[in-house]
Write a protein that binds this ligand. Structure first.
Ligand SMILES: *[C@@H]1O[C@H](CO)[C@@H](O)[C@H](O)[C@H]1NC(C)=O
Ligand SMILES: *[C@@H]1O[C@H](CO)[C@@H](O)[C@H](O)[C@H]1NC(C)=O
Ligand SMILES: *[C@@H]1O[C@H](CO)[C@@H](O)[C@H](O)[C@H]1NC(C)=O
Ligand SMILES: *[C@@H]1O[C@H](CO)[C@@H](O)[C@H](O)[C@H]1NC(C)=O
Ligand SMILES: *[C@@H]1O[C@H](CO)[C@@H](O)[C@H](O)[C@H]1NC(C)=O
Length: 237
């Protein structure tokens, strides 16, 4: 089963042969955040990784425009609701972490804001030296605008399909997919799909056993079929 590949199988498939030919397990993770990020896009995958960090040594950098807390609020709520949470960055786009190996890009309403240029520029700049790149939901629109999905298979949130895919005319967008793997690039469908995509990555790289340990700790029932996607049908794709 593709999604339960062990480490040696992942290596033999050449998943690590990007900028570095490195046979060690990735250690240094980063996630970008911007105003109006989707909470679960960030904390779903990160909570799974939080648990994995008890099995493997891992470092996380939270990268944003400045070191100020970044809110899920983007002042784009038609109800003007006062309902949001914030995350505290550890690094800025100007001074990002060195030796980043894996970068995660979440989505959210903020991907529709006109203030994303520095985030897009950072993703374009960081991508070539990464070993792995993961987008969640409409985070694919940031990746598409950064040009890093060109020529690749990718997916995104089905409710936001038109909006996101218009940014990537040279991307092979896969409609029926909870997540898509193209070499070292993982893209996932809407919000909760980020957890399944992150765990598919985890299983590919760290092994099925380590991943099952995480899933059982979270009492999370993983979707194991990357093409099982009722939301593509719901939105007529
Ligand atoms: C990567 O390293 C392996 C093991 O040393 C070697 O067999 C392979 O040819 C290398 N691949 C690249 C693309 O350099
Ligand atoms: C809600 O509004 C109050 C008053 O402006 C503010 O102090 C509080 O921080 C807001 N709550 C959130 C979650 O932003
Ligand atoms: C962001 O980038 C776009 C495309 O390059 C450009 O048209 C726009 O003016 C930029 N916005 C800001 C605020 O710099
Ligand atoms: C990309 O998707 C196409 C189907 O649209 C498939 O035939 C091809 O194998 C995929 N490529 C990769 C690298 O997964
Ligand atoms: C499965 O993972 C657990 C936790 O990392 C470890 O203690 C156990 O030895 C592993 N089992 C196998 C068969 O690899």
């Amino acid at each position: 089963m593709k999604w339960t590949l062990g480490i040696s199988a992942a290596l033999s498939f050449g998943l690590l042969a990007h900028a570095q030919n490195d046979t060690t397990l990735p250690v240094n993770y980063g996630i970008v955040v911007f105003p109006g990020f989707q909470a679960l896009d960030v904390f779903g995958p990160l909570d799974a990784m939080n648990l994995l960090s008890y099995q493997f040594p891992l470092n996380l950098a939270i990268i944003a425009e400045s070191l100020d807390p970044v809110s899920t609020k983007a002042n784009m709520n038609p109800q003007n609701s006062n309902f949001s949470q914030s995350i505290v960055p550890t690094h800025t786009f100007e001074n990002p972490p060195e030796n980043l190996e894996v970068l995660i890009v979440p989505g959210g309403i903020g991907t529709r804001a006109p203030t994303l240029n520095s985030t897009i520029d950072y993703v374009a700049q960081a991508f070539p030296s990464l070993r792995y790149f993961i987008t969640v939901c409409t985070g694919a629109s940031i990746a598409a605008r950064a040009g890093v999905l060109d020529g690749r298979n990718a997916t995104t949130n089905k409710k936001s399909w038109e909006y996101v895919t218009n940014f990537g005319p040279n991307v092979n967008w896969i409609t029926h997919a909870r997540w898509v793997v193209d070499g070292n690039v993982y893209t996932t469908s809407g919000v909760s799909a980020g957890i399944d995509g992150m765990m598919a990555f985890m299983a590919d790289i760290y092994g099925a056993n380590a991943t099952n340990t995480v899933a059982q700790g979270m009492e999370y029932e993983r979707e194991l079929d990357p093409s099982h996607d009722p939301f593509a049908d719901l939105y007529g794709l």
